[in-house]
Design a protein. Structure first.
Length: 401
């Protein structure tokens, strides 16, 4: 695949507020956008020595306190093997226990952050895990590549760690995979060793800045350039790439032109403004209405100003197919997650419905975050689920307001 992706990272100032915007463009169009606090330290992915505050048996959960007095939700259903800091009697979790935990979900509205004892150390090609000590391979990898990568990765399993092979590992030489595994192993070993000697509630490992760590999730064949105009961001990106992705160091560029600014050149602020609007116009004159609710996100497809002269069946199919591509882009752009219900324009023919769901499924497959087209209901509603990794773009912006 031709390299056509450009990642633009810059500071965004609005009145007295400052944030960092990260926008990934494919063929000149924004497909992924994130907003981070200018000085905010990364919580997601960081590892702490936590203390069990209480056990809530009726919901099979515990609440664990970490640095800053933050209470985190911990599920007991996973039946993980905690890494205790101090020796204890018995195998079940008890109030007062001190253990290593990793934040695996940010706080969302009224929900506390969630933590896990299955520590994960993600790289560009592999993820090293301490709890699940088997081999996992991305479902997006071709069958032939899965077999090749399985043979390479199986020797990594010594009973100490588990390994997940990411989609980006496709066609990557064995030497590069081994180098990354060794690098991740050193980080993990250091965390487990240092953790034994740290005080309770302290942070043992901090993820790189989120705008830097996000680079590893981009498909390697799609990323051609990383651009910033901020010296501090450039320094952080350079340090991250040298430490974690040295093969991509040559893609980093510091933008020095005063006019036009990087923001204006790539339309960063306008991309953010458009991604927060409820209405999205399509080239045909039709439009989408995107409305997040407490329980799910609803997307409605409308004919709008469309004035095509084709037959009604062709008209509706054409609008729906155009909408499918834009919906896949908007889901990723806005970082929508959980249950997403799409109300396409009604169609009678089964072959048209199949053409629509096939195209939508194909477009959704390009999302780095696991996204599944569940089904089309008898009422013609399409159900989609997308894994929750971070807050939605709207929540990110509100959080930094």
């Amino acid at each position: 695949m031709e390299q056509n992706g450009r990642l633009v990272i810059t500071r965004h100032r609005e009145q007295e507020r400052e944030s960092i915007l990260s926008v990934f463009y494919e063929n000149g169009k924004a497909v992924e956008l994130s907003c981070f606090g200018a000085e905010e330290e990364e919580l997601l992915g960081s590892i702490y020595i936590g203390k069990v505050k209480n056990i809530v048996k009726n919901i099979e959960a515990a609440f664990i306190e970490i640095e800053g007095g933050i209470l985190c939700y911990y599920s007991l259903r996973e039946k993980e093997e905690p890494f205790y800091i101090k020796e204890k009697k018995g195998s079940s979790l008890s109030p007062g226990d001190e253990l290593l935990v990793q934040v695996n979900r940010e706080a969302v509205k009224t929900k506390a952050p969630a933590v896990t004892c299955n520590l994960n150390f993600p790289g560009k090609y592999l993820v090293l895990t301490t709890g699940k000590k088997q081999l996992g391979l991305s479902s997006k990898l071709p069958r032939e590549e899965k077999e090749r990568l399985r043979k390479i990765a199986e020797p990594f399993l010594t009973g100490e760690y588990g390994v997940i092979v990411r989609t980006n590992a496709a066609e990557v030489p064995e030497e590069m995979l081994r180098e990354e595994f060794e690098r991740l192993s050193r980080i993990c070993h250091r965390v487990l060793t240092v953790g034994k000697h740290q005080s309770c509630f302290s942070r043992v490992y901090q993820e790189p800045p989120a705008y830097a760590a996000g680079i590893r999730s981009l498909r390697k064949e799609q990323l051609s350039e990383i651009v910033t105009d901020d010296p501090r961001i450039y320094e952080n990106l350079s340090g991250y790439l040298c430490a974690y992705q040295p093969e991509d160091k040559g893609k980093l560029r510091f933008y020095t032109d005063e006019s036009p600014s990087l923001n204006r050149l790539y339309g960063v602020s306008s991309s953010l403004k458009a991604a927060l609007k409820e209405r999205v116009w399509l080239k045909s004159g039709a439009y989408l209405i995107i409305q997040p609710t407490e329980a799910l996100t609803v997307i409605d497809v409308n004919t709008g100003k469309y004035d095509g002269h084709k037959k009604l069946r062709e008209t509706f199919l054409g609008i729906n197919l155009e909408a499918a591509g834009e919906i896949a882009r908007q889901i990723r752009l806005r970082n929508l997650s959980g249950i997403i219900v799409v109300d396409f324009i009604d169609m009678d023919e089964e072959e048209d419905k199949k053409a629509l769901t096939d195209l939508l499924e194909q477009k959704l497959s390009g999302d780095p975050v696991k996204t599944v087209l569940v089904d089309m209901t008898p009422l013609g509603l399409v159900e989609i689920t997308r894994k929750k990794v971070r807050k939605t773009l709207k929540e990110q912006v509100e959080n930094n307001a």
